[in-house]
Ligand binder design. Structure first.
Ligand SMILES: [Zn+2]
Length: 248
């Protein structure tokens, strides 16, 4: 496929990684390997994603939430131990982000939580009572690829925590998504508005896009073991999953 993969790879090899990332959180990352290392210089990285629509409204939402909870991250513990500090609940979702020294989060509802997509290291949790608790949803996968935030995206399930990074190979998939959507998004969404109930349009659209990008989603979903769906994501979309048991 005529993609920019080689260009990205060359940038990566040349060491032009993140000198231009000016975000203070990112400076912190030099001290903390629980935060991500962006695969590209910021400007190129952002160009490969869509801008977050309504970014101001998006930021306002999080500024206006007064119920943020903060958990301090102790020094000298491993990434796995840090991620095991992430909260979860039986019947609703949490969402938030990590900085060098803290985990910050808000509460969502039983099937959704808004996550600040301007942050570098984001997470959300699945209700542990859900039968889908230990699988990513098509929406999760789509959002990971679609937006510039969440260079590292962490999900907390029931038995598992899983970590996705925007690596050079993932950026290739990001590029494919962008190219596909430029051609097809409008028509596809129009079609789903005619065939689906309004509330299902975007879920159907996300599944459709992932199939178009080559993800063969299994018929026995949602009963697929984590080792199997993670292999599938890597084979089809180059998304490598780090699986961490919540309780060691
Ligand atoms: Zn999810």
């Amino acid at each position: 496929m005529p993609l920019l993969h080689n260009d990205i790879e060359n940038e990566f090899q040349a060491g032009n990684l993140d000198q231009s990332w000016t975000d203070t959180e990112l400076k912190d990352k030099a001290l903390s390997n629980h935060l991500p290392k962006p695969p590209l210089a910021e400007i190129e990285y952002r160009e490969l994603h869509d801008d977050f629509i309504h970014e101001e409204l998006h930021v306002e939402y999080f500024t206006e939430r007064t119920d943020w909870v903060e958990i301090g991250i102790p020094a000298d513990i491993s990434n796995e131990e840090i991620y095991r500090l992430l909260p979860s609940a039986e019947d609703f979702e949490y969402g938030g982000y990590l900085t060098e020294k803290a985990i910050l989060f808000i509460k969502g509802d039983e099937s959704e939580v808004k996550v600040d997509k301007t942050k570098l290291c984001t997470f959300h949790t699945h209700p542990t009572s859900s039968k889908n608790a230990d699988m990513p949803s098509p929406t999760d996968i789509y959002h990971f690829l679609k937006w510039a935030g969440g260079v590292r995206t962490i999900t907390v399930g029931k038995k598992w925590i899983w970590v996705w990074d925007k690596t050079v190979p993932v950026m290739n998939t990001v590029k494919r998504l962008k190219a596909w959507e430029e051609e097809n998004m409008w028509n596809a969404i129009q079609t789903f508005f005619q065939t689906e109930k309004d509330e299902d349009v975007f879920k159907s659209y996300y599944s459709h896009v992932l199939t178009e990008l080559g993800l063969i989603w299994p018929e026995n979903y949602p009963d697929l073991p984590a080792e199997e769906w993670s292999a599938l994501l890597e084979n089809c979309l180059s998304i490598k999953t780090q699986l961490i048991l919540r309780v060691e």
